[in-house]
Write a protein that binds this ligand. Sequence first.
Ligand code: BG6
Length: 236
Amino acid sequence: MAVRGGIPICFPQFGNRGILEQHGFARNRMWIIDENPPPLHPNDSKGKSFVDLLFTPSEEDLKRWNHSFEFRLRVALDFDGYLTMISRVRNINCKPFSFSIAYHTYFSISDISEVRVEGLETLDYLDNLQQKERFTEQGDALTFESEIDRVYLSSEDVIAVLDHEKKQTFVIRKEGLPDVVVWNPWEKKSRAIADLGDEEYKQMLCVDGAAIENPINLKPGEEWTGRLELSVVAST
Ligand SMILES: O=P(O)(O)OC[C@H]1O[C@@H](O)[C@H](O)[C@@H](O)[C@@H]1O
């Protein structure tokens, strides 16, 4: 089962890079509201509407991935339309563990042929369509003419998804998330995905802030923080 839209959290595994189900279990679990989370910086609350969520592994999860953790997620929206998602993962066990994470962000776009992505030029990437082999991107912004499923490595922290037809640009700002996944299933794979209409690939593009190539290591008691901020600006 997958969540086909919004921003599913892939954790503690990305894709099939591990022993767990595709993209890990966090996206298919119930998170609870965290009434009293450890404080964040005051700027993360000021002028924002937000909710704090908490996910801890069930007995069943622990049988398959034997690491106790607390995953806190703040989802905040401010008056200017900035959406911020702050993840805090704490190791509450007595042994270290490592994990991967991706904010699997589905952007709604006018038409895949009208969109380009800036910020990934000249980077190395792992191509999931070619056994995760490593390639280097050319100097141009990314445009789309066929299926794409890549993990771009160690990018700058600002990526832009420009939509010519809608005359708008999604701006992705990320911290603690060095990698960027770009995914569009295109026509053939869309037909095989039960919860995606045959033509819906044209109106979607996933661009995820992620930490995949180098998993994050947490010693007992340590906490990792990652943040993703999305905004939409008018463009020509
Ligand atoms: O169908 P799922 O599990 O939501 O995954 C969708 C896609 O997610 C992408 O992030 C992966 O790179 C693709 O390989 C995968 O097909």
